[in-house]
Design a protein around this ligand. Structure first.
Ligand code: IMO
Ligand code: MG
Length: 408
């Protein structure tokens, strides 16, 4: 059984918490793409774990986790992250493995990433983690895969600085590098979670190009990155927040207007902890964009939506969601390709009545206030996809599951 979990917005939807929650019933977790640009927060037993590269299943002591083929891995960051986890009581040796086909991010890539951003026609607000450079070199056929460092012929053509860098980690890596394709073939009948990074709107092909990241953050990425075929996917979960956020540059039709909605923006930023886990930047915030969400559901065959941060709206009298764009006087529900159109898109909002009470302790969908259910049911009707999991807080148990998602 293979479940794919992707971000259905511009990243930071709460994928880490959801993967951690679902990992209890899984045998393995495979993070399939991205690199140290990601930031996944997990809160368990009052400890906050901040993950960038390591798959979110790591918190469970008995689970095996894999870093997938389409990941780009900064080795220094990885071993720093593992050191921190070890200090937090997480034992990772013998249960964290890396696909031999994953690419290495060398230190020079980070420098180049920052330099390129300075001369870019459209500065995108990269996290500066060398991600774009690694994926560019991979496409240019100049990248180095982790498995390659154990191939004498390839090792010999590495530059001295590259050799010095990989030599520091070679012994540790030797025990971690695996042929993921072989393992996935053997574990065909196990329960596996394929964990995405970033979000579909940051995917270079279907996202808001050029304001995107460079790894595949859409559902198809789980196949190449997780070493399974498309027909082996049993369910695709799209995680989204009750509102939208974005870090870095790029169009954001429903973004709050600081003059009129500044107070609301601050409230959500503080209660929702809307600061980047990787860079600490305050995230841009706006109302839920259903036009974009519906597009993402269709482009990724999402058949279960996972709603997070709905509790952040607890104190609001009313709330809005965007149900169409008005672009140059014309109303549309089509998600535009043109960045200029998206920048000019004025959101058409539907207003919903707030519920005005705390829902963090609610354990069952039927016990949610009618107004909350009304908001959720509207989302389902608009997107045509059921909201099967609802998160009402950071803790693992602040999660409601409406149906068994371990089924096709
Ligand atoms: P998680 O997995 C939110 C954004 C950056 C920037 C653009 C390109 O935590 O959801 P890059 O460093 O990849 O060249 O940056 O993409 N970005 C993210 N935004 N969440 C993420 O990951 C992101 N990873 C990259 O802010 O605008
Ligand atoms: Mg994040």
């Amino acid at each position: 059984m293979n479940l794919v979990i992707i971000g259905a917005q511009w990243g930071d939807e709460g994928k880490g918490k959801i993967v951690d929650y679902l990992a209890e019933d899984a045998d393995t977790v495979i993070r399939f793409s991205g690199g140290a640009n990601a930031g996944h927060t997990i809160v368990h037993n009052d400890i906050t774990y901040k993950l960038h590269l390591v798959p979110s299943g790591i918190i469970y002591p008995e689970k095996t986790v894999y870093m997938g083929t389409a990941m780009v891995i900064d080795l220094e960051s990885l071993f720093n992250e593992l050191d921190t986890l070890e200090k937090q009581g997480i034992e990772w040796k013998g249960r964290l493995f890396i696909s031999d086909r994953a690419h290495i991010v060398f230190p020079s890539y980070k420098q180049k990433d920052i330099e390129m951003e300075k001369t870019r026609r459209n500065p995108i607000g990269t996290t500066g983690r060398g991600i774009g450079v690694a994926y560019a070199l991979k496409s240019y056929r100049e990248g180095i895969r982790i498995g390659d460092i154990f191939d004498k012929a390839i090792y010999n053509i590495l530059r001295p600085d590259e050799k010095e860098y990989v030599d520091k980690y070679k012994d540790l890596l030797e025990k971690m590098v695996v042929n993921l394709a072989d393992i996935m073939a053997k574990e065909k009948n196990k329960r596996k979670l394929f964990e995405g990074a970033q979000g579909a709107l940051l995917d270079p092909d279907i996202g808001t190009y050029p304001y995107v990241s460079s790894g595949s953050s859409s559902a198809v990425g789980a196949c190449t990155g997780g070493a399974i075929g498309p027909l082996d996917i049993d369910r695709i979960l799209g995680v989204f927040k009750a509102y939208n956020t974005r870090v870095g540059n790029g169009p954001f039709p429903t973004e709050f207007n600081n003059e009129t909605e500044g107070e609301l923006e601050n409230t959500i930023r503080e209660t929702g902890r809307e600061y980047g886990v990787t860079t600490g930047r305050p995230r841009r915030i706006g109302y839920l964009d259903l036009v974009a969400l519906k597009y993402v559901c269709a482009m990724n065959s999402i058949n279960s939506l996972v709603l997070t941060h709905i509790d952040i709206y607890d104190d609001m009298k009313d709330l809005k969601a965007c149900v169409a764009y008005n672009i140059n006087g014309k109303e549309t529900t089509s998600f535009p390709t043109s960045i200029t159109s998206l920048e000019n898109a004025k959101p058409v909002f539907k207003t919903f009545k707030g519920w005005g009470k705390k829902i963090g302790d609610v354990k069952e969908y039927s016990h949610l206030p009618a107004e909350t259910k009304n908001y959720i049911e509207f989302i389902e009707k608009f997107t045509g996809v059921s909201v099967d999991i609802i998160s009402v807080g950071y803790q693992r148990n602040a999660t409601m599951v409406r149906k068994n998602i371990w089924t096709r």
